[in-house]
Design a protein around this ligand. Structure first.
Ligand code: GAP
Length: 453
């Protein structure tokens, strides 16, 4: 059976991202830095929107969740307790001819994929980046760049519990950078050495963990669907026993159909009491919980939904990418969910005519107070619509000569390319409703009022 792959070509996504300012190769003027990428003006908006959508869903709209922002560098014993110093390693093999290094588990053959040379026996390679804290570069000064944000949450469990007065079940959410000295990277921003994670540690009473595990698998799967990922491009895969991480009792991956095939987008693990027990042992601090309802004291179990910001951004871009023929020309369009679109509204004066510009600028000044708005007056209106389609802008507003007479403008919707005219004074309210999901062809409120009166 042929291996399933997304029909979208990764090269097209990489090229669009560079051309339109989503993502650039890092340090490009110096020849680049392997597997490192910089987010440009549109990429930073997309990433921020993904993180905001996640934060709203898992913190803001819930009573049982709070946030945290722990440091990237933490006490080195944390990584001993968590098992990372001992076991966060990949098997590395090296080609005896060209000396390229490979992750043994990525290879299907026993020879070098590049030159067919003979490979060394696998040896374990720890993926944590090390640095030194303070002026002396010796073993005692070693600290690690965190390879996951999770441990910052576990070591603050007691602080958060005491200060927020939460009761079980409750969770702590965190977004932040993580670093892994991956042996093989690639597929654009899919696997890099510096990336961002969005992690939840959800603390529950032992015995209720299976129920909460199932709940979070479903909840997280739906989050991607609600933000527009196509159902057929998303699937769940349970880890086999020999694949489970050392801390996990059970784990599901949410997988996305990337151009290179199905691959992990997010993992949801049942970590049991592994982390809190380990940190209690190694720090000497009791991290158990007193359950006032049952009068029992126990170490909570933890359900961990762990997502990557960069991987999500890649999946959202690939899923939104489309090419369609409109009037004999190819239109490239990103059907990004309105919540994720970097620019929400573009103001396009019909021309640079001096009578039009003041009104167009006035509309721009008003809208930018409410939405991420772009003003574009270069080239034909058709070219400008295409430019906005290509970056996924849901709405374009055209200011024309008629606008000077009747105070109305045209709104064009990206996906249907349908247009409606409406008064400038109703723009903010109408756009707010449309950006919240009101269908584009629904009569705006003002129109009903006007026809009624
Ligand atoms: N705390 C659990 C944990 O870190 P993980 O499966 O190793 O679990 C969670 O990572 C998520 O972080 C992955 O599903 C992926 O989205 C993202 N991720 C992990 N390694 C990555 C890398 N090298 N580059 C980009 N994203 C990565």
């Amino acid at each position: 059976m042929p291996e399933e792959k997304s029909k979208v070509d990764m090269e097209k996504i990489v090229s669009l991202c560079k051309r339109r300012g989503f993502i650039f190769p890092s340090s490009e003027i110096y020849g680049g830095l392997s597997s490192c990428w910089d987010y440009g003006p549109l990429g930073v908006e997309l990433k921020r929107n993904i993180k905001n959508a996640w934060w709203r869903a898992v913190v803001q709209e819930r009573d049982d969740m709070v946030g945290l922002d722990a440091g990237i560098m933490m006490h080195p014993l944390i990584w001993v307790a968590s098992g990372h110093v001992e076991g966060f390693s990949d098997p590395l093999v090296e080609c005896k001819v060209c000396h390229l290094r490979w992750r043994a588990t990525d290879l299907t053959d026993t020879s070098c994929p590049d030159c067919s040379g003979e490979l060394t026996e696998p040896r374990l390679f720890n993926l944590m980046f090390k640095t030194f804290m303070g002026p002396v570069e010796d073993e005692a000064a070693v600290v690690y760049l965190r390879p996951e944000t999770a441990q910052g949450i576990f070591v603050n469990f007691d602080n958060v519990l005491a200060s927020s007065r939460k009761k079980l079940p409750f969770g702590i959410a965190q977004i932040g950078k993580a670093f892994r000295n991956e042996i093989t990277t690639g597929n654009f921003i899919f696997r890099t050495r510096e990336f961002e994670q969005m992690e939840i540690e959800y603390f529950v009473k032992p015995g209720t963990d299976k129920q909460w595990f199932d709940y979070w698998v479903q909840e997280r799967f739906n989050w991607y669907l609600n933000l527009g990922i196509k159902r057929e491009n998303l699937r769940l895969r349970q880890h086999s026993k020999d694949e489970l991480a050392h801390y996990a009792k059970d784990c599901y991956d949410i997988e996305y159909l990337f151009p290179m095939g199905w691959a992990e987008l997010e993992g949801i693990a049942n970590r049991g009491d592994f982390d809190l027990v380990q940190h209690s042992k190694c720090s000497g601090k009791d991290l158990s919980y007193f359950d006032e309802e049952s009068g029992e004291r126990y170490v909570p179990y933890v359900i961990e939904p762990s997502a990557g910001v960069d991987r999500s951004a890649l999946a959202f871009l690939i899923d939104a990418y489309d090419e369609e023929v409109v009037e004999g020309e190819t239109r490239v369009v990103l059907h990004l969910h309105r919540e994720l679109a970097p620019i929400k509204v573009a103001i396009l004066p019909l021309s640079r005519n001096e009578r039009l510009v003041p009104l167009a600028r006035e509309v721009y000044a008003e809208l930018r107070r409410h939405f991420m708005t772009q003003y574009d007056d270069a080239q034909s209106i058709g070219r400008r619509y295409r430019r906005q389609d290509e970056i996924g802008t849901p709405f374009c507003i055209t200011v024309d000569f008629q606008s000077l007479e009747d105070g109305e403008v045209t709104i064009r919707e990206r996906d249907s390319m349908a247009q409606i005219r409406l008064p400038i004074k109703e723009l903010v309210k109408t756009l707010q409703a449309k950006l919240c999901g009101e269908p584009f062809d629904t009569q705006p409120l003002w129109a009903t009022r006007r026809s009624a009166g």
